[in-house]
Design a protein around this ligand. Structure first.
Ligand code: FES
Length: 116
């Protein structure tokens, strides 16, 4: 089973958290389902960047980004090569290798990892 490891973040997850990720669901939904209140101002409609995360490891195990997501990410604060909008980044159903996710750097320390 894929696993998400959320690294400590002062506001969102001070102790960090590790949990099994639901395949085919977004990182955002996985985080919300496990009590991590990541921002999602547009209600997950790919119209904002508040759910921005940085995938530190295993980016390839997520479903690929869409053109709309990539266009929106270009406007995200703190964009990194591994950036994804967590509401659009779905945990792959056939991951090739482990992945790791970092929360938007504006929010400093919250990071996570999803591993299969
Ligand atoms: S919640 Fe707005 S793009 Fe993800």
């Amino acid at each position: 089973m894929p696993e998400i490891v959320v690294l400590p973040h002062a506001e969102l997850c001070p102790e960090g958290k590790t949990f099994e990720a639901a395949k085919g669901e977004s990182i955002c939904d996985n985080l919300l389902d496990h009590g991590i209140e990541i921002e999602h101002a547009c209600e997950k409609s790919c119209a904002c960047t508040t759910c921005h995360v940085i995938v530190r490891e295993g980016l390839n195990s997520l479903e690929p980004s869409s053109e709309d997501e990539d266009d929106l990410l270009d406007r995200a604060w703190g964009l990194a090569p591994q950036s994804r909008l967590s509401c659009q980044a779905k945990v792959g159903t056939t991951p090739k290798k482990p992945n790791e996710v970092d929360r938007h750097p504006r929010h400093r320390d919250c990071a996570g990892r999803a591993a299969s």
